[in-house]
Design a protein around this ligand. Structure first.
Ligand code: 13P
Length: 238
């Protein structure tokens, strides 16, 4: 399975970051370009600029969220169709930072459905909190999030396992724990779904993580803001 290296810029970046995908692309030797799929998900405000800037490169651009409806009276919201119109290829849905703000798996499922409707691929995020892991219920929680977040009769989708306690903390899950969880998720979703790991992935730990069975790529926050770091991670995805 072709690995997917996806950067989630979260709420970072201004228009003067528009050249970053090109800078990143220029750091990748040709082997990585064809063997690894690369995606950058900037804030909504930069999608248009980055789609334009990434033309002629192998970098795809995605979004970090969408509304479930196609259009209507939803002040401040953005639909999957609008993102498709801008040239986005993927949408991250159900990131733990959104689940923490009240998004349920039902909401995530509707957003994933919206992505399908617009012809985009959702990256459905799941992951347990530290409390849940310490209580021994990590697998149960993740399974419930997955079954609640995948719409019926889904098109192509990606799952990103991001343990909440590993996000932005510098604390990475043990490779053994990642292997166990990814095997568990694989049993649930089958062989065709790409499974990403996310949570403090950096150039220094990416090699071990990406070599773990059933890890088909990474969802990267902080380290995706630097072109050199993202390229160093992508090089280890082969
Ligand atoms: P960090 O890589 O900064 O820990 O963020 C992970 C993440 O939340 C990606 O979606």
């Amino acid at each position: 399975m072709r690995p997917l290296i996806a950067g989630n810029w979260k709420m970072n970046g201004r228009t003067d970051w528009t050249d970053r995908p090109v800078a990143f692309d220029s750091l990748l030797p040709s082997r990585e370009r064809t063997s690894v799929e690369i995606l950058i998900c900037p804030p909504f405000t930069l999608i248009s600029n980055l789609v334009e800037a990434a033309k002629g490169t192998d970098i795809q651009i995605g979004a970090q969220n969408c509304h479930a409806n196609e259009a209507g009276a939803h002040t401040g919201e953005i639909s999957a169709e609008m993102l498709a119109d801008l040239g986005a290829a993927y949408i991250i849905v159900g990131h733990s930072e959104r689940r923490a703000a009240g998004e349920s798996s039902d909401d995530v499922s509707l957003k994933a459905q919206a992505a399908f409707r617009a012809g985009l691929t959702p990256i459905i995020c799941v992951g347990e909190t530290l409390e849940e892991r310490e209580a021994g219920s990590a697998k149960e929680i993740v399974s419930a999030q997955i079954s609640g977040s995948i719409p019926e009769n889904p098109n192509k989708f990606v799952i990103a396992y991001e343990p909440v306690w590993a996000i932005g903390t510098g604390r990475v899950a043990e490779v053994g724990d990642i292997a166990q969880m990814h095997e568990h998720i694989r049993e649930q979703v089958g062989p065709a779904v790409r499974l990403l790991y996310g949570g403090s992935v950096k150039p220094g730990n990416a090699g071990d993580i990406l070599a773990t069975p059933n890890v088909n790529g990474a969802l990267i926050g902080g380290a995706s803001l630097k072109a050199e770091d993202l390229a160093a991670i992508a090089r280890q995805a082969l």
